[in-house]
Ligand binder design. Structure first.
Ligand code: PNS
Length: 155
């Protein structure tokens, strides 16, 4: 059985995240989505809220976990074979390859990259939050449950 782990902040999950996770589901037997619990980051949604949103979006097809240490340790804990990250831009490439190489240096852990579909390339959780905070529409950028959660959180 092959297990992929998709790590991230998911604050909140976007349609870009959902697309990558859906495509990973088609490639691996087991998919674990791991939410980082980073208290130094000023997150809009709690880890529990982000995890619940991911479960609502993808249902039983994924397992949702959280972690607050090194990614390589969490990968070992859940028994994943590989980490998958989506790549949107050149900036993503620079940042993600450095992390992938460091993680490989530490434990030999492999990271695979999926190119984001062009229609999701411009979507980021940060921009989604900014638009929602300033009263704009995030329709088409995030799943409906996330749009609803953003309205409730920011009302
Ligand atoms: O959604 P993001 O913010 O791009 O996710 C980044 C994440 C959580 C994957 C990354 O920050 C991470 O792996 N953090 C865990 C801490 C760690 O292992 N640091 C060393 C990286 S080489």
């Amino acid at each position: 059985m092959t297990t992929a782990l998709c790590p991230g902040s998911f604050d909140p999950p976007t349609n870009g995240h959902a697309d990558v996770i859906g495509r990973v589901m088609a490639l691996f037997d087991r998919v674990v989505v791991a939410v980082i619990d980073n208290p130094s980051k000023n997150s809009l949604f709690t880890v529990a809220e982000r995890s619940a949103l991911l479960s609502e979006i993808h249902g039983d097809a994924i397992e949702v976990t959280s972690f607050d240490g090194l990614l390589v340790d969490h990968v070992r804990e859940v028994g994943a074979d590989t980490v998958i990250k989506g790549l949107r831009t050149v900036e993503d490439y620079e940042y993600e390859t450095q992390m992938a190489q460091m993680n490989h240096h530490m434990t030999g852990m492999e990271t695979l990259f999926l190119a984001t579909r062009p229609e999701y390339r411009f979507i980021s959780s940060s921009l989604v939050k900014e638009i929602a905070r300033l009263g704009g529409s995030v329709g088409g950028l995030v799943p409906d449950v996330v749009e609803k959660a953003l309205k409730e959180k920011l009302s």
